[in-house]
Design a protein around this ligand. Structure first.
Ligand SMILES: O=C(O)CCC(=O)C(=O)O
Length: 273
């Protein structure tokens, strides 16, 4: 299976519309790949909080349209990263003034939407995304011909129980769309490898490059195999990481070193003295 992980530079000197055109062209250049992956919130930048409301789009908005077409032009499965999704209000208002979500979109090679995943763990503690966006509550997997993807977004990477849930639902290739800051780059690499090892799964983790809202981005998108070996890692700048991998290695690893089978569920909490 061949995957292209597109690490996009998100800088403020480029308009959202120009970036959308540029990214669509780069996706088209990946014809021949089986899977193409884009990062989190690449239209606005994950830290450009003021842009979230301004650039939010309905699920089937301009990014959806451009990415559906790029996927079908290239004939690839496309994890199109995430968008700030504007939803309708509870009253169903056409103005779409309901909560925002950080929503990832996956398209099939014919350009149909295969899945949408709303980021579950929002970043920012008591500010930023954590207060501006709603939290998703559903795990999402996507069946491809050769593997099953488990979807996640950026800060989700810190929450191992999410990935265990994805593995229990059949995931073999864990995709992380991110806009991770340079300041915590060591955590990014460490956690991507940890999620691969503990879940005996491939991890395809796609980050952004550049600087927006004063936050330098880590880049260093990474692909890790189920044994924890790094198959490829990008540098700090914009880059397309191309990697060939054998999805059969997941079953082989789980069979040869069956640690996942030794999970002890339903442990009792410690007794009070
Ligand atoms: O967990 C981190 O250090 C970064 C998370 C983040 O930047 C995000 O989720 O947008």
């Amino acid at each position: 299976m061949r995957a292209s992980v597109i690490q996009i530079a998100v800088n403020e000197d480029e308009s959202v519309e120009a970036r959308r055109r540029r990214v669509a062209a780069t996706v088209r250049e990946q014809a021949g790949a089986d899977l193409v992956v884009l990062p989190e919130l690449w239209t606005t930048g994950a830290f450009a909080y003021e842009e979230f409301g301004r650039e939010a789009e309905p699920l089937e908005g301009p990014t959806y349209e451009a990415m559906a077409k790029a996927a079908s032009d290239a004939g690839v499965w496309l994890h199109a990263g995430s968008i700030p999704e504007r939803t309708a209000s509870d009253s169903g208002s056409a103005a779409g003034d309901g909560p925002l979500y950080n929503t990832s979109l996956v398209f099939s090679p014919s350009g149909d939407l295969a899945a949408a995943y709303r980021k579950i763990h929002r970043f920012g503690f008591d500010k930023g995304e954590a207060v501006l966006m709603g939290a998703g509550s559903e795990l999402v997997t996507v069946r491809l011909p050769a593997t099953t993807l488990g979807l996640s977004t950026c800060y989700d990477l810190r929450f191992p129980e999410l990935y265990r849930g994805l593995v229990d639902a059949g995931a073999e290739t864990l995709v992380v769309a991110a806009g991770w800051p340079e300041r915590r780059r060591s955590h990014w690499t460490l956690l991507a490898q940890a999620r691969a090892v503990e879940n005996q799964s491939f991890v395809l983790a796609c980050a952004t490059a550049g600087t927006h809202a004063g936050v330098p981005q880590a880049g260093h998108s990474i692909v890790v195999d189920p044994w924890g070996e790094v198959l490829a890692q990008a540098g700090a700048g914009e880059e397309v990481l191309t990697v060939e991998f054998d999805p059969g290695k997941v079953a082989a690893t789980r069979e040869q070193f069956p640690a996942l089978k030794d999970r002890m569920l339903g442990l009792q909490p410690p007794r009070r003295p």
